[in-house]
Design a protein around this ligand. Structure first.
Ligand code: AP5
Length: 230
């Protein structure tokens, strides 16, 4: 595992595009720090922090949590020492205001984004993935009932506990999350296209095919050492 540069990467795409799944694979292969705003917010809710209390209602309905709450959490995390050698931002930014806040925060630290990976994903695939997603409540491992099933149905391979469904993966909330993505986040494709950072990948591919494609892209763009053993 060798990184040519310290890289800061954004994963952009609709709910169910497979951003979290790829972030885990990329972290394993290249050692980036994975910052998932969804995970951070769910953790804050579990801990009962003020940010968690403020976020809960929005998340249950599939609405976006206010920009200032999310930005404070992300920037705070990015300023910790373990983020210096590169981060994968999964689920942030999601609005133009968040993208601008990220730009100015990175600039003030003499850092910048290296790439925005846009997972172009069909709605049919996204819905199929979200409706079948299952999670381990103990270790957080992500499964899918047909695409990535656990060895024993409904049981985590690692912890042996019963898998659960995310509260916002019910059909009504999924529908709203996809609408909110179209309304509030899709605009960022333009934003990053203009800054020449956007690279598109086919989110409908299998997790393995997608990872191969991203690894090839990283090499082609000189983001990782050509001899790295991803
Ligand atoms: P968040 O947790 O970020 O959810 P999301 O963006 O809706 O994305 P998902 O986690 O649902 O999908 P994913 O693309 O990561 O797919 P995954 O890899 O899990 O956000 C939740 C909420 O928090 C938001 O609605 C909002 O309220 C709030 N929030 C978060 N960030 C915010 C922000 N910046 N601003 C404001 N509010 C914010 O895969 C899905 C399933 O498919 C899994 O079962 C997986 O096993 C399977 N799968 C994955 N990849 C593949 C593949 N290639 N082929 C087949 N199956 C696959």
């Amino acid at each position: 595992m060798i990184l040519a540069n310290k890289i800061n990467l954004v994963l952009l795409g609709p709910p169910g595009a497979g951003k979290g799944t790829q972030a885990v694979l990329l972290k394993k292969a290249y050692g980036f720090l994975h910052i998932s705003t969804g995970d951070m917010l769910r953790e804050a809710i579990k801990e009962g922090t003020s940010a968690g209390k403020a976020a809960q209602g929005y998340m249950t309905k599939g609405e976006l949590v206010p920009d200032e709450i999310v930005t404070r959490a992300v920037i705070g995390r990015m300023n910790k020492p373990d983020a210096e050698s590169g981060v994968i931002l999964d689920g942030y930014p999601r609005t133009r205001v968040q993208a601008e806040s990220l730009d100015s925060s990175l600039k003030s630290e003499n850092r910048s984004l290296n790439m925005v990976l846009y997972f172009r994903t069909s709605e049919k695939v996204a819905i199929q993935r979200l409706s079948g997603r299952r999670l381990c409540p103990k270790c957080g491992k992500n499964y899918h009932v047909t695409n990535m099933p656990s060895k024993i149905e409904g049981v985590c391979d690692i912890c042996g506990v019963s898998l659960i469904q995310r509260e916002d993966d019910n059909p009504e909330t999924v529908k709203n999350r996809l609408v909110v993505y179209e309304d509030r986040t899709k605009d960022l494709i333009d934003y990053y296209e203009k800054s020449a950072l956007l690279r598109e990948v086919n989110g409908d591919l299998s997790a393995e095919e997608l990872f191969e494609g991203i690894a090839t892209l990283f090499k082609r763009e000189g983001l990782v050492d050509d001899n790295s053993d991803e």
